[in-house]
Design a protein around this ligand. Structure first.
Ligand code: MTE
Ligand code: MO
Length: 422
C-alpha cells in the first residue's frame, strides 16, 4: 500500500488530504510531480532544435498539440436556427482564474449577430431628463474602468437537477461560468449625464440580437458597479460575448449581462420580459416560483482531477478547482476526499477578488483506492455552498436554475473520475 504519507506534510483530513501550507513551504518533498531525476543527456536533439522555427502570426493561436482544449455545444434543436443555445468552457484543461477570450462560454437566445460598430447605437431614455444616443466612438471617449468578474448563466449546473447522476464532465456540468477582465464606462456616469428621474427604479436593458433579449436591472445595481463594456481581456469584446458593447452586472445572473446592448430605458418597475418571467425563475415543488434571483450563489467545483483527466497513479497530486460568489469574495474553500465525512481547507490563489473566479489548491496523497472528491465554498457574507440533498430539500428538483450544490467526483481504482451523487 502506497498510502503511507512520506511527504513530510501533515494530514489535514481523511482519505489522504494534506495540509495546504505544504504547497508554499516546500514540505511536500520529492515526488509531487512524479518527475524522475532528469539528466542532461535525456534532452537529446529533437527536430525543433535543429532548424529555425516558424514566422510570427498576426493573431495568435494555441499550440497544435492543444487541439482538445475547446468549447463544446449541443447542435441546435432546429438547424434553421444555429447559434441558439450555449458553448461551454473546458475548465478541466485550464488553470488560473482568467478564461481566455476564445474559450469564454457563450449563451445566445437568437444566435450571434454580426454587428457593424459604425452603425450600432446605444440609447438611454425613459424616465430621464435628457435622452441620449451614443455611437461606439462617443462611448469610448468616456472615462473607463477595468474589473475582473465572472459571468455565470443561471442555467449552469442544471444537469445536477437530474434524478440520476449524468455521465458527463466538468465542462458539461459547470462550463457556463467564465471569468474575464472587463473594461468599459461605469453605467452610473452615463445615467448621471442623462439625469435619472426620482421615479425610476429599474433600468430595462435590451440587446440588438434577433431575440431582443432583455432584463430589468435594479437602479441601485446600475449605479453601484455596472459597466458598459467595450473590452474583454484587453481586446474588443468577441462577437459571441456581445460585440461591440455589453452590460456587465458583476455577480448577477448571466442574462442580466445584456450583450449587443442597444437600449437602457429608465422605468418605475420591472418590465416582466420573457427572460425574467418564463425563464430564469426557479419552480418549487409547491408550484410557486422564485423570481428575480439576482446574485449568483456561492459555488465551487474541482477541475483537476475530473472526468476525462483522472489520476495518473497513486501518490502525491495537487487537487485544483474554482470557487465564486455573486455576493462578493470567497472566504474559504474546503475539500473532502471521503464524500463529505471530513474536510480540509484549501489554499486560495491570490488575488481573491469579489465576484470573480478564485482558484483553490490542496495537496493530496492518493493511496490508489476509491475516493469521493468534493469541494465546498463559503463567501465573505457567510453563505455556505449546500449539499445536493440540502438544496433539493429546500427547492425540489424542478427548478433547473441557480443550482449551486456540491459536486462529487468518484475516483475509481483505475484513477478515472466520474460524476456521482452521494
Ligand atoms: N442580447 C443578449 N444578451 C444576452 C444573451 C442573449 O441571448 N442576448 N444571453 C444572456 C445569457 S442567458 C447569459 S448566461 C450571458 C452569457 O454571456 P456570455 O455569452 O458572454 O458568456 O449573456 C446574456 N446576455
Ligand atoms: Mo444564461
Amino acid at each position: 500500500m502506497s498510502g503511507q504519507n512520506t511527504s513530510g506534510a501533515p494530514p489535514a483530513a481523511g482519505g489522504g488530504l494534506l495540509d495546504r501550507r505544504a504547497l508554499f513551504e516546500g514540505a511536500l518533498g520529492a515526488g509531487l510531480l512524479s518527475a524522475s531525476g532528469a539528466a542532461a543527456e535525456t534532452l537529446g536533439d529533437p527536430v525543433w532544435t535543429q532548424k529555425p522555427g516558424a514566422n510570427f502570426t498576426p493573431y495568435g493561436q494555441p499550440s497544435r498539440f492543444e487541439s482538445k482544449v475547446k468549447r463544446v455545444w449541443a447542435p441546435p434543436a432546429n438547424p434553421a436556427t444555429p447559434g441558439i443555445g450555449a458553448s461551454r468552457t473546458p475548465h478541466q484543461f485550464l488553470d488560473g482564474a482568467i478564461t481566455p477570450n476564445s474559450l469564454h462560454f457563450e449563451r445566445a437566445h437568437g444566435g450571434i449577430p454580426d454587428i457593424d460598430p459604425e452603425q450600432h447605437r446605444l440609447v438611454i431614455h425613459g424616465l430621464v431628463k435628457r435622452p441620449l444616443v451614443f455611437t461606439m466612438e462617443a462611448l469610448s471617449r468616456y472615462p473607463m474602468k477595468s474589473r475582473i468578474a465572472f459571468i455565470e448563466c443561471g442555467g449552469n449546473g442544471g444537469s445536477l437537477s437530474q434524478p440520476v447522476a449524468q455521465n458527463v464532465d466538468a465542462q458539461a456540468i459547470r462550463g457556463l461560468v467564465s471569468c474575464a477582465e472587463w473594461t468599459g464606462v461605469p453605467l452610473s456616469i452615463l445615467l448621471d449625464e442623462a439625469g435619472v428621474d426620482p421615479a425610476a427604479k429599474f433600468v430595462f436593458a435590451e440587446g440588438a440580437d434577433s431575440a431582443g433579449m432583455s432584463r430589468s436591472i435594479p437602479l441601485a445595481k446600475a449605479m453601484d458597479d455596472a459597466l458598459v463594456c467595450l473590452y474583454q481581456n484587453g481586446e474588443r469584446i468577441r462577437p459571441g460575448n456581445g460585440y461591440p458593447v455589453r452590460l456587465l452586472a458583476p455577480g448577477f445572473e448571466g442574462n442580466m449581462n445584456v450583450k449587443w446592448l442597444r437600449r437602457l430605458k429608465l422605468v418605475a418597475s420591472p418590465v416582466m420580459t420573457k427572460d425574467e418571467t418564463s425563464k430564469y425563475t426557479v419552480l418549487l415543488d409547491s408550484g410557486k416560483t422564485w423570481q428575480f434571483i439576482w446574485p449568483i450563489e456561492v459555488n465551487s467545483f474541482i477541475t483537476r482531477p475530473s472526468p476525462g483527466i483522472g489520476m495518473p497513479g497513486p501518490g502525491l497530486f495537487e487537487i485544483s478547482g474554482l470557487a465564486w460568489s455573486g455576493a462578493g469574495q470567497i472566504k474559504t474553500v474546503e475539500v473532502s476526499a471521503d464524500g463529505g465525512k471530513s474536510w480540509a481547507p484549501a489554499a486560495l490563489q491570490d488575488p481573491v477578488l469579489p465576484k470573480a473566479l478564485t482558484r483553490f489548491r490542496i495537496p493530496w496523497k492518493w493511496d490508489g483506492g476509491p475516493a469521493l472528491l468534493q469541494s465546498r465554498s463559503t463567501d465573505a457574507a457567510g453563505n455556505l455552498q449546500p449539499s445536493r440533498a440540502a438544496m433539493i430539500a429546500e427547492r425540489g428538483l424542478r427548478g433547473q436554475f441557480h443550482v449551486n450544490c456540491i459536486l462529487t467526483w468518484a475516483i475509481g481504482a483505475n484513477g478515472e473520475a466520474s460524476n456521482v451523487y452521494v
